[in-house]
Design a protein around this ligand. Structure first.
Ligand SMILES: Cc1cc2nc3c(=O)[nH]c(=O)nc-3n(C[C@H](O)[C@H](O)[C@H](O)COP(=O)(O)OP(=O)(O)OC[C@H]3O[C@@H](n4cnc5c(N)ncnc54)[C@H](O)[C@@H]3O)c2cc1C
Length: 458
């Protein structure tokens, strides 16, 4: 009997890059969350678009499931090979094809981590702004339409992707988009593949926008009497036209966890971490306007950092909040809610979330990209206690219901994966037949990341 691995070795002739070693399979069987893992049959590490196309064409003929894999940092079971088969680990498609400073663009292979693109862009005084908390790959970030702390100013991945190279399930290579910064040419397939979570095609190359690094940057930490006040201040800042590049909420429990984890002494009160960038005069004006707005909501501490080192310390605390919570609950699994609401609904939504988490007695922290109306309740779950998982899911149900009733969405940035399929149906039940039709069009045999976004359609 010819094994799947032997067949794949014909296409990717390198023993080290077609692996069924237990540790490699285990490393591609789960994500960082509560979702149950499942081993793939084999993991392939392609180094070219041609290899991706050859593997997909073979898998399509043989009806073998294929799960694209970037850095595995997604949070809803996206990368778990629930039907077994091949995990296509794209981390070795890691070439920065070119950086074109005059166009404010770069073209990269899908496995390039965002930190590597930023390092290459920085040598031209440029940056790539989308910064999910993990050092994700740009292909994975496009596939989940990721965003981050700077989305309030620059937009999320869909706003950054100008063009893609995508391999379809049968091995066909297509190139939606162009290097022009705008286009009205035809249906927007580029936008469709962004956020498609590896269910419609495998992204092998991306052309992305870059931005100048602002001349002056100031980071602020402002604390408030309660989460509602902090959210109202954030919404007022956005409405006032102040050019914030970041405005993030950390509630009192998050700050306490960060203090423990990182040995800091921040006041344990709901806080906004804010950043401005621009000219020296512009930033100074924005800072004063923000201080005044914060004052309206009873801000009791407003501290700012102008030096790179101080700013980095502040954002490091923000980026470590997920790990700070995990460190508080060793042996527990994590779950993160991800609703987003219209800005006017944000203060009430966050207050509701805090009240419901407290009423359920949950050890939960709230972290918000509040300038985008998006926040996470990060929960820890006892993997040995099904009732605990049910309770956490019931809390998520309540938050999603609250958000949908106010014109919001079940997922601002993490995506659907396995964990939010029922919420997607609740949010967009009338669209599911069209989603299924698209899936059948691009992946008629249902080999690409089956069971994600949509219930199994094989
Ligand atoms: C601590 C922490 C903080 C986070 N903060 C944020 C945040 O602020 N904002 C945010 O948006 N997310 C956040 N995330 C989630 C995660 O970082 C993002 O979802 C990220 O975009 C995933 O990228 P990845 O390379 O890890 O992709 P993976 O997790 O490997 O894959 C994600 C999905 O994309 C598919 N995929 C991967 N590569 C490709 C490809 N080349 N072609 C087609 N499909 C592909 C996979 O099949 C899967 O469905 C956070 C995660 C962690 C652990």
């Amino acid at each position: 009997v010819v094994t799947l691995r032997a067949e794949l070795l014909e296409l990717v002739p390198d023993e080290a890059r077609v692996s069924d070693g237990v540790s490699v399979l285990e490393g591609h069987s789960a994500d960082l969350t509560y979702h149950a893992g499942r081993m793939p049959d084999v993991v392939v590490f392609p180094t070219s678009t041609e290899e991706v196309a050859a593997v997909l064409a073979h898998a399509n003929r043989e009806r073998v499931p294929v799960v694209p894999y970037g850095a595995g940092s997604s949070l809803e079971g996206h990368v778990i090979p629930v039907a077994g088969g091949i995990v296509l680990d794209l981390s070795r498609l890691d070439r920065i094809v070119d950086v074109r400073p005059a166009d404010l663009q770069a073209t990269v292979q899908a496995g390039v981590p965002r930190s590597a693109l930023n390092a290459a862009a920085a040598s031209h005084g440029l940056q790539f702004p989308v910064d999910p908390g993990a050092d994700a790959t740009l292909g994975g970030m496009a596939a989940t339409n990721a965003s981050g702390t700077t989305t309030v100013r620059y937009g999320g991945m869909r706003a950054q992707v100008l063009a893609l190279e995508v391999v379809l399930a049968d091995g066909t290579v297509i190139r939606p988009g162009s290097r022009a910064v705008k286009t009205s040419a035809g249906y927007d397939l580029r936008g469709l593949f962004v956020g498609s979570e590896g269910t419609l095609g495998v992204i092998t190359e991306l052309t992305l926008r870059l931005y100048g690094i602002p001349e002056h940057t100031v980071a602020v930490r402002a604390s408030f009497p309660d989460v509602g006040a902090a959210c109202r201040a954030a919404v007022a800042m956005i409405g006032s036209g102040v050019m914030v590049t970041r405005v993030e909420l950390l509630d009192a429990e998050t700050i306490a966890a960060v203090n423990e984890y990182m040995d800091r002494t921040y006041a344990e009160a709901p806080s906004l971490f804010i950043e401005f960038g621009g000219t020296e005069a512009g930033v100074a004006g924005d800072l004063e306007a923000t201080r005044e707005i914060a004052g309206w909501e009873g801000c009791d501490s407003f501290e700012f950092e102008t030096q790179q080192e101080g700013r980095a310390r502040l954002w490091e605390a923000r980026h470590n909040s997920f790990f700070a919570l995990a460190a508080r609950s060793p042996g527990k699994a994590s779950m993160s809610t991800d609703v987003a609401v219209p800005l006017s609904e944000l203060p009430a939504a966050v207050e509701f979330a805090r009240a419901r988490a407290d009423a359920r007695g949950r050890n939960a922290v709230i972290i918000g990209h509040v300038g985008d109306g998006n926040f996470h309740v990060a929960l820890t779950i006892d993997p040995a206690d099904p009732a605990d998982l049910e309770d956490a899911k019931a809390l998520n149900d309540e938050l999603v219901e609250f958000a949908l009733a106010r014109g919001g969405t079940c997922s601002g940035e993490h995506g659907i994966g396995l964990g939010k399929i029922a919420y997607l149906e609740q949010e967009h039940g009338d669209l599911i037949p069209y989603y299924r039709a698209l899936k059948r069009l691009f992946d008629p045999n249902g080999i690409l990341n089956p069971g994600k976004i949509l219930r199994e359609v094989r």
